[in-house]
Design a protein around this ligand. Structure first.
Ligand SMILES: [Zn+2]
Length: 129
């Protein structure tokens, strides 16, 4: 009988997260290092959005789903780190808010405390409007 290792290669749609909030918390060694330590067999040498091999950093992305109304929504309670080039991770890039597909195995969730902190900050900013 053949034996297989289980890998999820199913791509999922993601979008760059609104990055300003993430400067508050950066793990030791940076986000790309955080990704590398957890995605053991992952290749951190190329951008998952455009394929570039220069200036790779750990970018924040939110998973997206298309609802019945045909509109794509991103989740704000799950944030993943994925290798991106500095161009694709730049808020001023015209494609910054364009959806792209990433293999599920390449998505590493940020720590739960970070999400809790960001959600709290988000709720506060909404109630203070
Ligand atoms: Zn790129």
């Amino acid at each position: 009988m053949e034996k297989y290792a289980k890998h999820s290669v199913k791509p999922i749609y993601v979008v760059n997260a609104d990055s300003e909030d993430y400067t508050d918390y950066v793990p030791d060694g940076g986000w790309l290092n955080y990704w590398r330590e957890r995605c053991r067999y992952g290749d951190a040498s190329f951008c998952r959005k455009c394929g570039s091999r220069s200036n790779i950093i750990g970018g924040h992305v939110e998973p997206c789903t298309q609802k019945d109304d045909g509109v794509w929504y991103s989740r704000i309670d799950i944030i993943y780190i994925v290798p991106l080039c500095s161009k694709c991770n730049n808020y001023n890039d015209p494609d910054y808010k364009k959806l792209f597909q990433v293999k599920k195995d390449d998505l590493i969730a940020v720590p739960e405390e970070t999400i809790k902190y960001l959600l709290q900050k988000y709720v506060l900013s909404v109630t203070n409007m």
